[in-house]
Design a protein around this ligand. Sequence first.
Ligand code: FEO
Length: 400
Amino acid sequence: MHNIRQMINNLYWVGVNDRKTSLFENIHPIPEGISYNSYLLMDEKTVLLDTVDSSVCNNFIDNVKYVLGERDLDYLIINHMEPDHAACIGLIESLYPNVKVIGNKKTFELMAKFGFEVKENSIEVKDGDTISFGQHEFTFILAPMVHWPETMASFDKTTGVLFSADAFGTFGALNGRLFNDEVDFEREFLLPARRYYTNIVGKYGPQVQSLLKKAHGHDIKWIAPLHGPVWRSNLDYFIEKYDKWSLYEPEEKGVLIVYGSMYGNTELAAEDLARRLVEKGMTNISMYDASRTHVSYLIADAFKYSHIVLASSTYNLNIYTPIQNFILDMKAVNLKKRTIGLIENGSWAPMAKKLMRELLGTMKEMNILDNDILITSSMKDENIEEMEAMAEAIIQSMDK
Ligand code: FEO
């Protein structure tokens, strides 16, 4: 049975929601589900934009067949070859053998690598090329590394719809809604959107900046990403978020505290610092146990807040493993421009603070506060003064 939405006149959403997959890319939990968006234009020619994940190919094909009716499929535009969007290409090619695939040089290289047939009648486009499908004329905007090297966006000059691939995507199933004005984006989607961007595309800030600059030259009225709501109003709200995220600028002045604590003593030190910050007027605080929080949530908040405090036990003469993983993940997505405070707990051979400082020192534009703290097994009166000093140093650095 089909489940489609009409967007503008002859443009349809033929995507599918997925609430069964528990880990996106087999890493990131998606308790809120996800949508794989695909779009079908019924112009003088019929044009499908991307496909969906293998787990939902059947529902997707029902949607495509329903909208096409008796018509054949003329073109398939592949904006992104990652299998969550490309898994049904083979099925489309076998159901519609006359279809011409439109992609760029790297699209076809990846199609071959993934084992799809690259037909002789495929159309290779370059940055800025245009193709008319009847009333609608499309321009292709290459967006390499947003998020894979072949990624491109397609802009429908006739309607002003930018099919933006992974850019402007979010985790979260759509639950019948499709457009940004049908959802409470701040409440329902901002956190999944931040978690999606920072973990999936976050490493590629300069490439996102380059896409934003290229897109600026077009009269964009809608943004239709491959995941999440389609934007048809208030575009600047989401573009500003993307601008900030891709420049690695914090969204808010505030403190993310992440602790790794075996028996609760390191957690208590983190609690102590949080209380002192609040008493000094900084109430925008988020605190997580690294052992119990998937690192994708920590990465999202690391992009959100201006300050990060890491409180780690020494473990096997090293950084407590979940805290080490968090630092390595921050490094992997190129996070920068944060102020960092360090607390360590070591009973006989404390190493965590030194090693955290060394690891963080390999990242760019990180301001690691001098006021770090060592507690030995548990926090004691002798730590109060330095804890107070760290809280004060964090507050003072907020104004810089
Ligand atoms: Fe949703 Fe990079 O794929």
